[in-house]
Design a binder for this molecule. Structure first.
Ligand code: HEC
Length: 202
């Protein structure tokens, strides 16, 4: 029996109890209690008849890192991280975007060496970029690049390398991140990636 059905059954029993009290007991005090019980039980039955809408946290997709065989596998995990757990797409666009608050990452994997990409993610304040995309004096970007390896995003090294592999791949570069190196990073055995919740699928 489902939880709701069980609660409905309890509600019905409570209402039934109230009805029995009203039918068979003459003492005024108990009749009042019976009435209150019927009203409360009735309310809970109405509440329980409203369809339940569960709002669940996003489904967690896990990747078994030992199943990653090719740099392309790595890049496709990196792509998922980029758009979900890594939150990169909140700030960055790939290609021009009107609402971009941060550098456009189009072609970034070809422009920057993997070591520099790694530094951009883990030491974002080491080298600050200015926004030249407007007239006048270049300004700092309105947003700040977060430390990707620290809270709240806190990607593991394996996840960061996957994202770098993705940045290289989407820039049309050969992926220079080696799968063996990533496997050697950390012995967690598996990577956890919070996937984006798809509407309609709890
Ligand atoms: C809160 C907004 C924000 C988020 C989230 C964010 N970034 Fe950034 N990022 C920035 C800003 C602002 C800059 C430019 C300023 C600077 O260099 O510090 C930047 C710079 C960069 C650069 C250097 C760009 C260049 O031209 O050299 C890279 C690479 C980068 N981000 C990648 C990422 C990746 C990958 C993620 C996700 C794992 C990410 N960012 C998440 C705001 C963000």
């Amino acid at each position: 029996m489902s939880e709701v059905a069980l609660l409905q059954l309890i509600g019905l029993i409570v209402v039934g109890l109230g009805v029995l009290i009203l039918l068979f007991i003459k003492a005024k005090f108990f009749r009042v209690i019976g009435f209150v019980v019927i009203v409360l039980g009735g309310f809970s039955l109405i509440a329980l008849s409203v369809p339940q809408m569960a709002s669940l946290p996003p489904a967690i997709e896990t990747f078994d890192i030992t199943q990653v065989k090719t740099p392309d596998d790595l890049a496709s995990i990196g792509q998922k991280i980029f758009f979900s757990k890594g939150q990169c797409a909140l700030c960055h666009s790939i290609g021009p975007s009107e609402s971009a608050r941060c550098p456009d990452l189009n072609g970034i994997g070809a422009k920057l060496a993997p070591e520099f990409l790694y530094e951009s993610l883990t030491q974002p304040q080491a080298y600050i970029y200015l926004d030249f995309r407007h007239g006048g004096v270049p300004e700092e970007y309105p947003a700040r690049m977060p430390y990707i390896n620290k809270n709240p995003i806190a990607l593991s090294n394996q996840e960061i390398y996957s994202v770098i592999a993705f940045l290289q791949k989407m820039s049309g570069e050969p992926v220079s991140i080696k799968v063996e190196d990533v496997l050697r990073e950390g012995n967690e055995g598996e990577m956890k990636v919070a996937s984006v919740a798809v509407h309609g699928t709890p």
